[in-house]
Design a protein around this ligand. Sequence first.
Ligand code: MN
Length: 387
Amino acid sequence: MDIQQKKQIAILGSTGSIGTQALDVIAANNSLFEVYALTANNNVDLLIEQACKFNPEMVAIGNEKHYRTLKDALSDLPIKVFAGADSIAQVAEMQPIDIVLTAMVGYSGLKPTINAIKAGKKVALANKETLVVAGELICNLAAKYKASIIPVDSEHSAIFQCLAGEGNNPIEKLILTASGGPFRTKSLDELKTVTSTQALKHPNWDMGAKVTIDSASMMNKGFEIIEAKWLFGVSPDQIQVVVHPQSIIHSMVQFADGAIKAQLGVPDMKLPIQYAFTYPERLKTDFPRFDFDVCSQFTFEKPDLGRFRNLAFAYDAMNKGGNMPCILNAANEIVVSEFLKDKIGFLQMSDIIEVIMAKADYIAKPTYDDYVKTDALVRLLTKEIIE
Ligand code: MN
């Protein structure tokens, strides 16, 4: 890596769990990386603190009502300040940026990711919903504009690391590991009464609220199989999910000769974030090391699609294609936010998603505008059903 020229990094969603850990990685390697832009949706206080510490060229806040606060707080610094969702999408295409880390939550990641790809940026993709909603469109654009997409999601980073050096060796299947989440051993009856507070306590990973609920409901793994299909160009029947409660094996690749390669490590998102920044090189870290003397047993289970129906819905949506994964995602974003407000129960999330997938208009070959319309309509439809 060229030490003379620091890599210019834009972090979209800098105040979230991935964003703050990415800033830790940058701070620890400040001779290699520089923050060019930071964006957040609502957390203006933390964005101000980050801007003062990292002194980026520009910051943008999604929620326009925080513009004044942000502008005033940074008035003594030479930092450009923007507000609104459009400004976040525009930040992603700024000329000096080398790497765009997409670490925002949900559908909001789509437009900025498209802009970053069209500007030929290297995209460190942490926003999995982008590929769930519009994987085909994103992959076509990435090919057309010669933009590389490096996965940050730990499972996909693991697969990406297993594939390094394999050239065109054929993949037989991808084996995505899942922790099983906090409710792995709960019965269907017990799942009826679990609360959002319980769902927010993930056994192995410390993450934002949305992805933690998705992990408890296994929708996160559902999204990840769709993400894997697009990132690695495999067919749905080549993707297997294995529950591995220790979360040490981050995922595996089985090749045509039957050999399986796995990537292991202590659960810590800083490693996949840093690898996405430095790929194909590896940098020395002081992250905690896995100790075989302490954890002496790895276990594996088949996922239970009877208790965790979301995973089955995701396979259905992936097989159906078109705008169905977009429908799945929009319905899920609404049910998760309602579950977090204790308006609906845990199992109701899946019940409602099932209804919406049957009810929403299916489009076999969606355009970008179709995705925008599908997302908006499904959100309304889902809210109507919950009312
Ligand atoms: Mn993951």
